[in-house]
Design a protein around this ligand. Sequence first.
Ligand SMILES: *Cc1c(COP(=O)(O)O)cnc(C)c1O
Length: 370
Amino acid sequence: MSKVEETILEINLANLTHNYTYLRSKLSPEVKFMAVVKASGYGSDAVVIAKHLEKLGVEYLAVVYASEGVTLRQAGVQTPILVLHPQPVNFSLLIEYRLEPSIYSFRILSEFVAIAERKQQKEYPVHIKFNTGLNRLGFLKNDVDHILEKIKKTNSLRIVSLFSHLAASEDHQEKEFTLGQIRLFKKIGEEMIGILGYRPIMHQSNTSGILNYPEAHFDMVRAGIGLYGYGNEAKYDNELKPVASLKSIISQIHRLEPGETLGYNRAFTASGCIKTATIPVGHADGIGRLYGNKKGFVVIQGKKAFIIGNVCMDMLMVDITDIACNEGDEVVVFDENISATDVAESAGTISYELLTAISPRVKRIVVDKN
Ligand SMILES: *Cc1c(COP(=O)(O)O)cnc(C)c1O
């Protein structure tokens, strides 16, 4: 690896290839793969990730907002894109960029039909979302007749897929609940297909669904976090390779006398003679204040250096009293060895939140090697 000279997020495409291949190896060959590249590809770079996965043969992409899909199309991504959470104000843009909406309520269904008809669309691809227990977005099983009644009145739409989302696929204690979600989704599918007369793609599994519930693979899976190298449990983390590494450098080293304080609001007081390092990464870069005051750490010369005082907007300070290091030395926030899960959990959050928080001002560097 080249020398780190400022705060960077390294994106390793060889690791992305590895994770994609690993997740695919868990599926029957006929099962399609939808790669979730929302939130800038989990905080990395959605265009880079999507283009790489497109080359690897991914069948579908998913984002959350219409604007995320537009960015991919403008960058030349051709793969079908599901927009998981659109609003009516986005529908013209969706159609203009051939982005496929999740239809999750009767409000969304009637508004989308109205716009599709106004724009003289025929069989525009849409995806019907069912709520099987997460109680976040989606129709209920009881809505099936009413949905089909509305859809049969128009030729502007074609149902490409039926989908649902698991609430606790990573939690083995919730196995009964998850199996109940899978059974309910299966029933909904049978009922819809019975009335429709054709078979849309069915999908319900996120990463942990892929890994823990083969019975939930259906015709397609939707993988997010696993592609980026995290599997929600140690057994799978060992098989996957983190795609993003957040690295920085020591800007300056200070020596504090007992009783001296550090940072805003003097949140830290030195109890003895200590050495601190100032690192150019702060809450505006995605390392939130929750990591401050010894909740979080970085790694310098292979050793943990705890964050002391409050995290500032543009920098943070760590205790390096017991670490032999110099100004200009490399600092790792997370990488292939320093797991984002461990760092996140030390502050009471999850890898998803840490990864997706890394802000656009952090320079992205793409590498494609092991
Ligand atoms: C984010 C998301 C996923 C991906 O979940 P992972 O746990 O990251 O694999 C899949 N489906 C939906 C609906 C999502 O919102």
